[in-house]
Design a protein around this ligand. Sequence first.
Ligand code: GRF
Length: 194
Amino acid sequence: MKIKIAVLASGRGSNFTALIENSKKKSSLFQISLLISDKENAGVLETAKKENIPSYYINPKDFSDKKLYEKKMVEIIEEHNCDLVCLAGYMRILSPTFLESWGKDVLNIHPSLLPSFPGLNAQKQAIDYGVKFSGCTVHFVDEGMDTGLIIGQRVVPVLDSDDEKSLSERILKEEHILYTEAVNLYAQRKYIKR
Ligand code: GRF
């Protein structure tokens, strides 16, 4: 049986698209059952509609506090019987309220080789530091900032000629492969809990 995934995203959603495409492969161990976005005009909502994936725009400003907003999301995720939440460019930090009331796993993709360069503008941080390799990481979400257990990483070179844009593009191509690899590993429980 395929695991059912809810994706939370705020932007263009190229990782979301890659997950959808890969979920259609015979070998896939997951299906995308739900998309939630906190941005009304996010490209990711359009993609979900085209693909007939149930999608919701939930405006955090409609709630008097973050707890209520996050509880609403958990309610919808549970209604769709999801097994796993995947963050794919979701530009908010999930609070302990979300993690506790959801009670199951949450994965995130980050555009650096964690634990290097957590937080915003990871590709720029890598360029500014002068590292020769960077990449992307899929990890479990815990209460910290990009600190949870790592499931998988992919590495790219950082070229002398790179700027933030060219490095971001090279990393993004690997993200599109990595997220699917990591979710399939997750579905088989093939990761090492330390
Ligand atoms: C990706 O670089 C991802 O690693 C980061 O946000 C970006 C989302 O891109 N968390 P997209 O919306 O999936 O194209």
